[in-house]
Design a protein around this ligand. Sequence first.
Ligand SMILES: [Zn+2]
Length: 298
Amino acid sequence: MAYAVRGITKDGAFRIFAADTKDIVEEARKRHRTVPTATAALGRALTAAALLGLDLKTGRVMLQINGGGPLGEILAESDAEGNVRGLVQRPHVHLTPQRGKLLVGQAVGRNGYLSVTRDLGLKEPYQGSVSLVSGEIAEDLSYYLTVSEQIPSAVALGVFVDEDNSVRAAGGFLIQTLPAATEEQITRTEEILRKLPPVTSLLREGLSPEEILERIFGKENIEILEKRPLAYRCRCSRERVERALAALGPEELKSLIRRGETAEITCDFCGEVYHFEIPELEKILENLEVKRRKELEV
Ligand SMILES: [Zn+2]
């Protein structure tokens, strides 16, 4: 089962987050039929969103990455309940791996930006963005958090795709320096992180999120404050799709109805298909016109 943990180090120096996202990345792969390079890129983005989502008590966080590379745009979001979803514009992009490594940075590209939006249900969502550093996503996110949100952060994200293209392991961690951290604590942790094997190797060894954090900080120095199950779950619904159809406006709806066309709308995030027959389209049109008339009366 996919899950994430959030905690602190007992010395008060760091906030710590880690996640095992294998099941949600595998679910994303099946839904979007991604091939390995796309699977790894989308998987890293989903893991990043899941880690950022751990900070939420309400609302959701969205990650948008566009590096101008062959994969196109990548979107990933998660909410306070641990629901995660995402998409990659071109899921069938695969570049030949080099020395056993999937070329995520090249496929994402580095000629673009990473942006993070936190929608806490307030009037205005909070949004920030940075230019991509490498397109490898983890490095870009740590740059974003450090520069744009001014919280020195280290991020590791990893997805291991098996020979049959399924996801064998996926996950990552996020470490954020607290104001109380001393130079010595920071330097020591940087040193440990430099020597740490890639997170994909740790996950393949079978380490849990807690164990990865223990490996970095020592078992006695970490305190887990929350463990949250994660699931690939979409927010789409028939009502939302109806609203999207209504947003086309009366002219567009009328022309669909005139042409006798039923509407078939596929959710980009989960692949769910919604069918609307002519009478249903007429109903949406009618509601829309009633609403417009009411607005005019006011
Ligand atoms: Zn959906």
